[in-house]
Ligand binder design. Structure first.
Ligand SMILES: [Zn+2]
Length: 88
């Protein structure tokens, strides 16, 4: 989860809006979550769902994770596009 850097009591960034990692991010999540995020990315990028069928056939928990991962991918892509436009 992230804040916009406007919350001084944010335990992750203390109001800076970003934070550096001092260890592998894989250590910060358990393997179940890591695999869930990988599956969500697979669904987002390659349209491959963990359970056969479509989005309606996936678990509610997976679709919640999928939405979070999708939003984050879209946000990063929009940021990259903005950066590329600014530098060209
Ligand atoms: Zn924060």
């Amino acid at each position: 989860m992230s804040c916009d850097g406007d919350t001084l009591d944010c335990s992750a960034c203390h109001g800076a809006g970003f934070t550096g990692l001092h260890e592998c991010p894989r250590k910060m999540v358990n393997s179940e979550i890591f695999e869930g995020v990988r599956s969500a990315l697979r669904a987002k990028v390659y349209n491959i769902w963990p359970v056969s069928g479509g989005s309606q056939d996936q678990s509610r928990a997976f679709m919640q994770l999928f939405d979070i991962v999708s939003d984050e991918v879209n946000r990063v892509e929009a940021e990259e596009m903005k950066k590329n436009r600014a530098s060209s």
